[in-house]
Ligand binder design. Sequence first.
Ligand code: AMP
Length: 281
Amino acid sequence: MELYTTIASIKEALEIGRSKGFTIGFVPTMGALHIGHLSLVEEAGKLCDIVVVSIFVNPTQFNDPNDLANYPRTLESDMKLLSPIRCDCVFAPTVGEMYPDPDQRKFDFGNLERVMEGRFRPGHFNGVAQIVSKLFDIIRPNKAFFGQKDFQQLAIINELVRQKGYPVEIIPCPIVRENDGLAMSSRNRLLLPQYRECAPLIYITLLEAKKLSSKKSVEEIREYVVDQINGSNLLEVEYFDIVDDRYLTSIENWSTSGGKIGCIAVFAGKVRLIDNIIFDL
Ligand code: AMP
């Protein structure tokens, strides 16, 4: 496993592999790695000859300066976690390397960027598109791996690839959870003990909502989820919506055709957690 911090050095290394006909699998991350991230890296190793992981806390996707300042940065332990699995290149550039000048680009993802995360984190997906497009231009992967935990991000990336015509296949990977059901997240390590203890209620409630969906209307399920989670006192729902899985528009009836997914953001103290569940009605 080699660590690269400059664009020129990783490009040069990958050019050698590419000229030998090797395929490149790419896993973009912001570091503070956990088993969820590693599952993406392992999937990349199964499907590609060269595995590249980027570790970069991208400032342009943070709308809250405190969130950016508090985001865990743990490159040394990240490298240790990656060492037993197949990861050929780690790309960990500085902010100056990625943004020598401010990135003024504005992307337009329509409804996909206006709802849910987009509504509560203005500019977030523009920042995601800025960094992912830069990384795709540098790494030029054949396949890129993204977690379904960030379901809306996955929809945005698919749309980015469609709009810009990147020759990359986007591979969605399932959510990895702690034993108690809490979706793994780099932010979990910021949870104070009392919040960590009640955070599993998010997934417990989503599972119960899925069970109840054969008996209750969409609106009743929305209310149920918000009431259950807010009822814990320590957790506060920022949004919960049930949307179609392509355009992310709110659905009113279970009879709406296509996939349906419930997406949630919850504050556990100062830490913001997201999760989702597929309703297969
Ligand atoms: P992040 O470092 O949070 O930007 O995440 C990097 C990638 O890992 C994204 O594609 C995430 O969706 C994915 N990811 C984060 N947490 C999980 C998880 N618990 N299960 C599966 N994928 C995850």
